[in-house]
Design a protein around this ligand. Structure first.
Ligand SMILES: *Cc1c(COP(=O)(O)O)cnc(C)c1O
Length: 398
């Protein structure tokens, strides 16, 4: 089926190759129409259940609950761990604001940790020193879908009796030693925002791996009521049981998502090809010491969420971005350090987080989306190489 609507790539008017373009597989509208025909538009309809079962069966998650966003799934996690004002939550500074906001909203203090030298993931070896008697949880982000060091993290969180939450927004269909990411923490959160591998515009999912948290999670998602148990026929009326909010997406959002999940293999295979093509074409730059390519940590798989480079300096990165922009190719940097943000800087304890600062200045993301052709990848890679060469040649005058 052809779509009446095609999403416009971001910056379409000025860009030949945008950084991202939402990917459509063909059945999104078909399933949305099916959902409308069925007449169940609110949450928890047939498509919501299909998507949740997919996650439970494919990845071995005890209970999957669709949410309106990964942000909401993180907020549910914060409610589920019963944070008290003054409790501390440790997380990376190099992440999206939602990772931190969700816990701040419950009154927690955030303790930001540095990234590793080798990857933007949280540096597990620097965490023990940050744990106090107020520490309640460690929240990790599998950056670019690359697994954090889960063996060491699980050992640490078990020894200190801490909650472990995986912000798996980048990490669908990614693995650590063969086990899916999103199945290690007590809780894990996925995103289907249009910039991720599998999308529905705005959407998310809470993965609950600790069965003791399931019943309460269902209540929190339904505005603090046991409405789900009511619809299952387990209670004869539904009542206010707990705090909660409106975290459940419409079923036609899940219908869109279902069309994507059905095509998981196809999407992932194409993304991996693109990733691999970039890697091969740009390897010579790393061999010449001009910049760094991504290196998968030990035990981590690659879900091709992102292809990033680590430049030598902010200056070199700006030169590459400008060179690509002149040729209408959009490459973008990523997170601004949360510990150094206008909101959090006055609250941060002053510790220097040098690796975070380096990724903030030097990390660059290249276009990567399902429809990107081999010719386009090759054109982007050539431009990056040309930019590195011209940057080196301009050396003395810089
Ligand atoms: C995208 C993203 C989020 C937020 O996801 P939404 O679904 O847009 O709320 C949270 N954390 C990380 C690391 C992300 O990349």
């Amino acid at each position: 089926m052809n779509y009446p609507l095609k999403p416009a790539p971001t910056g379409a008017t000025t860009t030949d190759i945008p950084f991202n373009k939402a990917c459509l597989l063909g059945n999104e509208m078909v399933y949305i129409m099916e959902c409308l025909d069925q007449g169940h538009l609110a949450g928890n309809g047939a498509f919501t259940k299909k998507c949740e079962q997919y996650f439970e069966q494919r990845f071995g998650i005890a209970k999957a609950l669709m949410t309106t966003s990964c942000t909401d799934a993180l907020e549910m996690s914060a409610i589920l761990m019963d944070l008290q004002p003054g409790d501390e939550v440790i997380m990376p500074s190099y992440t999206f604001v939602s990772t931190a906001n969700a816990f701040l909203l419950r009154g927690a203090n955030i303790v930001f940790a540095d990234s590793e030298a080798d990857t933007p993931n949280i540096d597990v070896h620097k965490l023990e020193a940050l744990i106090t008697d107020k520490t309640k949880a460690i929240v990790i982000v599998h950056y670019a879908g690359m697994a954090c060091h889960m063996d060491a993290l699980l050992e640490l969180t078990r020894r200190h009796n801490l909650f472990l939450v995986e912000d798996a927004a980048h990490a669908i269909d990614a693995y650590y030693k063969g086990k899916p990411l999103g199945t290690f923490g007590h809780l894990a959160t996925f995103s289907f925002h249009e910039t991720k591998n599998i999308i529905c515009g705005e959407g998310g999912l809470l993965a609950i791996n600790d069965p003791a948290l399931i019943e309460r999670a269902e209540i929190i998602r339904e505005k603090g009521t046991n409405r789900l148990a009511f619809f299952r026929g387990q209670v004869d009326k539904y009542t206010w049981q707990d705090i909660g909010s409106s975290f459940l997406p419409a079923d036609y959002v899940a219908a869109f998502l279902w069309a994507q999940l059905e095509n998981m293999e196809k999407i992932q295979a194409r993304r991996l090809e693109i990733w691999q093509q970039y890697y091969e074409l740009l390897k010579p730059l790393e061999e010449k010491g001009l910049l760094q390519l991504p290196h998968l940590p030990q035990g981590a798989s690659n879900n091709a969420h992102m292809f990033y480079l680590v430049c030598q300096s902010l200056e070199q990165r700006s030169h590459i971005i400008d060179t690509l922009k002149k040729d209408k190719v959009q490459a973008v940097f990523h997170y601004l350090p949360l510990h150094d943000s206008p909101y959090y800087q006055p609250r941060h304890d002053g510790r220097a987080l040098p690796n975070v600062m380096r990724y903030a200045d030097c990390l660059l993301r290249l276009p990567l989306f399902f429809e990107l052709s081999a010719e386009q990848v090759s054109r982007v890679a050539k431009l990056v190489i040309a930019a590195c060469v011209s940057y080196e040649m301009s050396g003395p005058e810089r």
